[in-house]
Design a protein around this ligand. Structure first.
Ligand SMILES: [Cu+2]
Length: 188
């Protein structure tokens, strides 16, 4: 044996150890990517839509999206058999004037983050609704995500969000005006 000492042997051992650690790390990374790409990474909660007055062809729906995955995802489109067209919108108030703008690039959900749609903010806009949504109805909605793919949820038609979330209660009446904005601003 040409080895003079334990030195090179220790180095070999260390090299072997780091080699297998690297293999483990790489395997772990792939597993994590596979996990976060699965549809379970995105949770869809609090899915509801407002009742619409008779004759109204515009409606607004809201969902809360949580990203439990390790990579960002993006809601890119939505559709429902109940509307001719469905768009992702954001309501903003500029100089006391409420405006809605379509979010053509979609809505990003950061890893570990969430998006809460609500009257007066982010919403899903329904255009060309032949039969106005009425309270108690359930509206099928398809959501398309960049990473999680296509998901189907059911929007419950009701006047305001469920539960005692502060959004529902403290802003309740103020949001009423916004909601009419969301439905009305699109009137041509
Ligand atoms: Cu809108």
């Amino acid at each position: 044996m040409a080895r003079a000492c334990c030195g090179s042997g220790a180095r070999d051992w260390f090299a072997a150890l780091t080699g297998s650690l690297m293999a483990l790390l790489i395997a772990g990374t792939f597993a994590a990517v596979a996990d976060s790409a699965s549809e379970e990474a995105i949770a869809i909660e609090e899915a509801w839509a407002r009742p619409m007055p008779t004759g109204r062809e515009l409606g607004a729906g809201y969902v809360t999206l949580r990203n439990a995955g390790d990579i960002a995802d993006r809601l890119v489109a939505a559709s429902t058999p109940r509307a001719e067209r469905t768009e992702l919108h954001e309501t903003t108030v500029i100089d006391d004037v409420m405006r809605m703008r379509p979010l053509d690039g979609g809505i990003e959900i950061e890893p570990g983050g969430s998006i809460e749609m609500a009257p007066g903010g982010l919403h899903i806009m329904f255009l060309g609704v032949a039969e106005p949504f009425s309270a108690g109805e359930r509206i099928e909605l398809r959501l398309e995500f960049e990473q999680a793919g296509e998901r189907t949820v059911v929007l419950e038609v009701r006047a305001r969000p469920n539960g005692d979330s502060h959004h529902g209660n403290t802003h309740g009446d103020a949001d009423h005006g916004h909601a009419h904005g969301e439905e009305g601003d699109h009137a041509h």
